[in-house]
Write a protein that binds this ligand. Sequence first.
Ligand code: FES
Ligand SMILES: [Fe+2]
Length: 355
Amino acid sequence: MAHSAFPMNAWYAAGWDLDVKRDLLPRTICGISIVLYRRFDRSIAALEDACWHRLLPLSMGRLSGDEVVCGYHGLVFNSDGRCVRMPSEDRISPNACVRAFPVVERHRLVWIWPGDSALADPALIPDMHWADDAEWAGEGSYFDLKCDYRLVLDNLMDLTHETFVHTTSIGDDAVAGTPLQANHEGRTVDLSRWMIDVEAPPFLATQLCQAHDLAEPGKVDRWQLIHFEAPATIVIDVGVAPTGSGAREGDRSKGISGRVLNTVTPQTADTCYYFFQYARCYGLDDRALSTEMKEANIRIFTEDKIILEAQQRAAVRHPDRPFVNLKIDVGSVRARRAIEQMIAAERAEDHPGGA
Ligand code: FES
Ligand SMILES: [Fe+2]
């Protein structure tokens, strides 16, 4: 069942919780068309989006209670995928089913397991608790991107691009000029970069002044601590604190920090969903600030979208030109290796003995 570009046995985000309603929501996840909806009790059902009869997407039908009525000849499927009514038949074939997928709502995201259901252990859902924690605030959003999901991961694993892509918001020479430390273990890769005694970039300078009532941010120590978990989740601990206030040693009380939460879901080999949120730990009651920051994030990530989709088109035009890796790519090289290992492990399970 393994695909060459992405592991199937993994949890992938299908949407933010608010994307799934009492309505039929079609999503493509790892090449599979899936329809999601909420039952009356608010739990979420996820079914293959192709009718058992003649494959019309069930998402083109309608919800009736907790059941889905196909929009072509009216077969009715319950939320486990079993056909419970065939309007023109006397008896229902016991084979009349569509696949139902394991689905878990956690940390305000809806996670789907497209692979072998027997392996779907909720303990493997990546930690995104900052999206759903009383000590943190923020609003999530997402992009539908026309690029390989791994290009998004490469982008997040190498933040030196901020210096050149996000010149007006978070990028300055300090990022590209400071080396980073890399560690990897199993399915995770950690990268850390500390920029000491630098100017705060506008996005973080504003937050520092707001949070501590400062007229000027002054010189700061700035950090970017990136945590990747294969196949497709990246949490980045970012922040600034006045230089010399001890942030690197562990005292962040004079500074501000946030978590950039990112998870990417392959739709096909060359399209993906990119879910993101900036979570902050001050001004928690300020709902307008959450929306303002979400909009700032969308502006910043729109700059990435333009680059990533152009990069994808170029990669398709030049299939004979593999990517070149520089020192800055250490994080993405290791992330891609962790993904490859998951795919190889699935292949070995599909074909024991290498057959
Ligand atoms: S295609 Fe769905 S009922 Fe015929
Ligand atoms: Fe970026």
